[in-house]
Design a protein around this ligand. Structure first.
Ligand SMILES: NC(=O)C1=CN([C@@H]2O[C@H](COP(=O)(O)OP(=O)(O)OC[C@H]3O[C@@H](n4cnc5c(N)ncnc54)[C@H](OP(=O)(O)O)[C@@H]3O)[C@@H](O)[C@H]2O)C=CC1
Ligand SMILES: CC(=O)N[C@@H](CCC(=O)OP(=O)(O)O)C(=O)O
Length: 415
């Protein structure tokens, strides 16, 4: 039987226990940083199955790139019972070539997908299985929609030929020391980290095309880097004085039940969190520093706002001497002129989150500050689409040699 090689030939048995025991509740006290979720270490080993079948059959050779029009690409969605996983399923319902063959869950393993997400009951999909029971022998590419901290070991155990887009934060920080500092444990797959390409599509398109493993950006980092990277590269704004106030809908926190996300805790109000240092700070600083070719530090505060989807980042910047708000606008407009998913609004139109909900768009605009020499930039995205699953599909399209917008031409849902 054509059983596929896993992680270099041997079946992957990977432990999820933290190397240094710093996972979990003591992390916040020890670092002062906010962790969205405590990485779960419930199962001691994961054996990813290459194939379940014992009957002779033709071995599936994963497609690696250059997929032809009409050719099927077989997809696995890990973490399909979560919000970003479900969003991948919704988007792929409109994709002519990506077909879902494997879907995994943790607590919901064994259930029918349509029972977990009745809004997608019309889709003909496999049942949810645990990662350790998933059969990757007929799969070409994987969307990994798992909590950060669980993903490194699981990806290490996947067949090496598979293309992977990881939506978690596990491969976003190039410096594994910095990763350990912010995430509270040593990186568990440093060799894969070296291989991973950061998936901010409009900025790193050429690298993404040739990547096997893409680290899909976080939602806040997407909304911030899309406007700021081009302005920094063009040296139009000062990098010493960037202040970012960002707001996210509650789906950004995932579907898992948490006291802090109860209706009674978030309805009719807004609150800041991660004030001292949110873990997206190093990710944003990494991208802005690369654009500046020098170390950039930012002030960044995220807020949780009472809405289901959507994200707004408001960026307060100081312009270089002689630069005007119109220069910023014109530069961003020219940068994104040919882009399908990033748009500058006209005139003084204010980007609203409700203008992008359900779509892969990032809308932005630039405004004069009352203080001379300063500007205010506002960008909006749907955190689950351009901030996660939409950008992930955009990236896999590129990795497979397909037109980047394939399956993504959903217009926003308004009102
Ligand atoms: N939500 C958002 O807006 C964004 C999220 N992301 C990132 O995407 C990833 C997924 O997020 P999201 O969909 O919101 O999260 P959810 O909490 O909604 O979903 C998590 C998924 O992972 C499964 N899971 C949980 N623990 C394990 C484990 N130990 N082993 C295997 N599977 C597990 C869950 O299964 P079950 O439900 O059955 O327990 C579920 O399917 C995260 O890393 C997140 O940070 C990135 C950008 C934006
Ligand atoms: C509202 C909310 O909780 N948002 C998440 C960020 C969104 C996200 O999932 O980003 P990652 O992919 O980096 O995990 C948070 O603040 O941690």
């Amino acid at each position: 039987m054509g059983s596929m090689a896993l992680g270099g030939g041997a079946p992957a048995c990977v432990g999820l226990a933290p190397k240094n025991g710093v996972f979990g509740s003591n992390l916040k006290q020890s670092t002062g940083f906010m962790l969205k979720t405590t990485p779960k270490v419930a199962f001691s080993s994961v054996r990813v199955r290459a194939s379940l079948s014992s009957s002779p059959q033709k071995q599936h050779s994963p497609k690696t790139s250059g997929v032809k029009s009409g050719e099927e690409v077989h997809i696995a969605v890990l973490g399909a019972s979560g919000y970003t996983g479900a969003e991948i399923v919704r988007l792929l319902a409109n994709h002519p070539q990506f077909h879902i063959k494997v879907m995994t869950a943790d607590r919901k393993a064994g259930q029918q997908f349509g029972s977990v997400f009745p809004h997608l009951i019309t889709q003909d999909l496999p049942n949810l299985v645990a990662v350790k029971d998933a059969d990757f022998s007929n799969v070409d590419a994987v969307f990994c929609c798992l909590p950060h901290g669980t993903t490194q070991e699981i990806i290490k155990g996947l067949p090496q030929q598979l293309k992977i887009v990881d939506l978690s934060a596990d491969f976003r920080l190039r410096d594994i020391e910095e990763y350990a500092e912010w995430y509270g444990h040593s990186h568990m797959a440093p060799e894969l980290q070296q291989e991973a390409v950061y998936g901010l599509t409009e900025v790193l398109r050429d690298e993404i095309k040739n990547a096997r493993l893409v680290a899909n950006p976080g939602c806040y980092p997407t909304s911030v880097q899309l406007p700021l990277v081009p302005l920094i590269k063009a040296k139009l704004i000062k990098v010493s004085n960037i202040i970012i106030d960002a707001k996210s809908g509650v789906s950004g926190a995932g579907r898992g039940a948490k006291e802090a996300n109860l209706y009674t805790e978030i309805a009719e109000g807004i609150h800041a969190y991660g004030i001292k240092g949110h873990r997206h700070v190093p990710e944003i600083e990494q991208g802005l520093s690369e654009a500046a070719e020098s170390k950039v530090t930012i002030s960044f505060t995220p807020n949780l706002i009472c809405m289901k989807r959507g994200m707004q980042s408001t960026m307060f910047v100081e312009m270089e001497p002689g630069v005007t708000v119109n220069d910023l606008y014109q530069h961003l407009n020219a940068t994104y002129e040919g882009e399908e998913f990033v748009k500058l609004l006209h005139g003084s139109s204010v980007p609203h989150t409700r203008h992008v909900v359900g779509s892969n768009y990032c809308f932005m605009n630039v405004f004069e500050d009352r203080i001379p020499g300063r500007a205010i930039i506002i960008s909006v995205i749907d955190n689950l689409v351009k901030g996660a699953s939409g950008q992930a599909v955009q990236n896999l399209n590129l990795m497979m040699g397909l037109p980047e917008s394939t399956g993504l031409q959903y217009q926003p849902l308004f009102p």
